[in-house]
Design a protein. Structure first.
Lengths: 107, 462
């Protein structure tokens, strides 16, 4: 089933929004995501730039300051709500998984 | 040893995978992309090394921007943070290089990547192709109509056949460009959404370049060898004029950019200049050609000329296989004997005219044509077309033109037809010989003796 824009979240979208729970410079997000996921999730600069533009246009984040080309952003209430719904979706999936594979079996 | 190399940008805008591979190959050969001009990609010499290239698109950039916008500079700063440096840019097209062994790619979301490419090429790549193919369909329609109406004249004209062949080449060029893109786009969109994998681009650009190259060569050969020499050279000169005008347009845009004129003003001047040139150049060319045609500049040299009704008329003394003198006694020294032969791979069409001066009335005239078919199926097709044409042009039953069979043996023909207008016979005949069709138009119906002479002379045409 094709994914509509912002209907389901990719890993990259998730971690970008997570990094913006506090004010953060856009350029720094690449390294932050890499550190947070220990290199499992990579966000390319082109993808990051485009997603920040789209999140900003959709009201998920807002720009807090601009120092030359270094722009900082922070999550908005709308962005937080979307992140929350994604968290609940992931928790539901985890719960469904644990019905068949109880915690003690997870290695 | 030269330190600069220039290459034509022959790869389609969306085919960034091929561009990247070519750039990487050039870097390994010791050439680094330096800048992109309106006509060339310019390379400078470097130490041969392995460099990664990425071709991406910044959608908010415009060819009319005097300098990179704030947004474009931000985009480039983001890429620089990951080790990607700008090699060259051209409006939306952004080319980066990275000397790290395993750099993080600029694009890591395949869905977003496919969307960005599609937005980048919609107006700059696809729209011109659609406009060209639409124009081509109209040209096909005009040519096919012409073929249906006058198939003999069409098949005898090297110019029309060349234009038709060129139209096919241009259609193939456009089809390859459009189909190639959409074939990749729908495959890439599906793969990105279902599997998160980016499908590399791969265009058949060499095939496209072959089609357009053949069309250009055709056009040049037609101009040089198939038109009269003076007309052909004039067509080429005017083509050069068009190229110069395009060059002027590009130079004006670049000059305005160097003077830091803002995007909106630059775009407005470009549109104004394009509109002015689009109307004025064709007007100048068509006015000149019209004037040249009216003054017979492209016609061959006549033996002599005369004036009638304010115009100059030519007199020729070509050799005709059949003349009025063969049919009757006539004492008139000022006849023009004109022969025009057109030959293609399909047929040879010869038209002959023996005409008195327009101001000398009561002098008999003679017009006839002979078409020799090199392909038998064309003979029957063209013959049926002549009959069909007379049926379709009938407006009323009173004077509807049509052909009636007459005795062919008198003409030494396989079949013969006389043209009627309603019930009135005319001195116009259609004669069918093996692989040859002859039309003849006399002033009066011929006698039996004249028919025999006509048949003998026209079967002997080589």
């Amino acid at each position: 089933m094709p994914r509509a824009k912002f209907q389901t979240m990719t890993e990259q979208m998730f971690y970008i929004l997570l990094c913006l729970h506090t004010e953060c410079c856009g350029i720094d997000i690449m390294q932050k995501v890499d550190n947070l996921t220990e290199g499992c999730v990579k966000v390319g600069p082109g993808t990051l730039y485009n997603l920040l533009e789209q999140f900003s246009d959709a009201g998920m984040i807002r720009e807090t300051k601009a120092e030359g080309r270094r722009r900082s952003y922070i999550l908005t209430e709308k962005g937080k709500a979307w992140l929350d719904s994604e968290y609940r979706r992931l928790c539901t999936q985890v719960a469904d998984y644990l019905k068949f594979f109880p915690k003690e079996e997870v290695r | 040893m030269r330190n600069i190399k220039r290459r034509l940008p022959l790869i389609p805008l969306y085919d960034h995978t091929t561009m990247e591979k070519q750039l990487e190959h050039m870097a390994e050969s010791g050439w680094m992309l330096d800048r992109i001009t309106n006509c060339f990609w310019q390379y400078r010499r470097i130490e041969p090394k392995k460099i990664h290239f990425t071709v991406t698109y910044y959608l908010n950039a415009s060819v009319f921007d005097p300098t990179p916008s704030e947004g474009e500079q931000s985009f480039q700063a983001y890429c620089a943070e990951a080790g990607w440096h700008v090699a060259a840019t051209s409006a939306k097209l952004q080319i980066f290089y990275n000397e790290q062994e395993f750099p993080v790619p600029i694009e890591t979301d395949s869905v977003l990547q496919v969307q960005t490419i599609h937005k980048a090429v919609k107006f700059t790549y696809l729209l011109p192709y659609f406009l060209l193919i639409g124009n081509n369909f109209y040209l096909f329609h005009v040519l096919l109509s012409r073929f249906r109406e006058t198939p003999i004249e069409f098949l005898a004209s090297i110019k029309l056949i060349t234009v038709f062949f060129n139209a096919i080449l241009i259609f193939l060029f456009c089809f390859n460009g459009i189909f190639g893109y959409y074939f990749w786009y729908y495959k890439a969109k599906k793969s990105a959404k279902r599997e998160g994998i980016f499908v590399e681009t791969h265009s058949l650009y060499r095939l496209s370049n072959l089609f357009i190259g053949l069309a250009l060569l055709n056009y040049i050969l037609l101009s040089l060898f198939s038109c009269s020499r003076s007309l052909g050279i004039l067509i080429l000169l005017f083509s050069c004029l068009l190229i110069v005008m395009i060059f002027v347009l590009i130079t004006v845009i670049n000059l305005l950019k160097r003077k830091q004129v803002d995007t909106a003003t630059n775009l407005s001047i470009y549109i104004l200049l394009t509109v002015v040139l689009s109307f004025s150049i064709p007007f100048v060319i068509s006015s000149f050609l019209s004037h040249a045609t009216n003054h017979h500049w492209f016609e061959r040299e006549p033996v002599k000329t005369y004036e009638y009704a304010g115009d100059t008329w030519n007199i020729y003394h070509d050799t005709l296989p059949l003349t009025i003198e063969d049919l009757e006694e006539v004492d008139y020294p000022d006849y023009s004997y004109e022969c025009n032969v057109e030959e293609t791979v399909f047929l040879t069409h010869s038209s002959y005219r023996q005409m008195a001066k327009l101001n000398d009335r009561g002098i008999p005239n003679l017009k006839y044509s002979s078409t020799d078919f090199k392909m038998p199926f064309l003979y029957h097709f063209c013959l049926q077309s002549i009959f069909k044409d007379t049926e379709e042009t009938a407006l009323s039953s009173d004077w509807a033109p049509h052909f009636k069979k007459v005795n062919p043996s008198l003409w030494e023909a396989d079949a013969a037809y006389q043209k009627y207008y309603g019930k009135d016979p005319s001195p116009r005949y259609l004669l069918c010989y093996p692989d040859r069709l002859v039309t003849i138009s006399l002033d009066e119906p011929p006698t039996l003796a004249q028919m025999s002479v006509i048949g003998e002379k026209l079967t002997g045409i080589k």
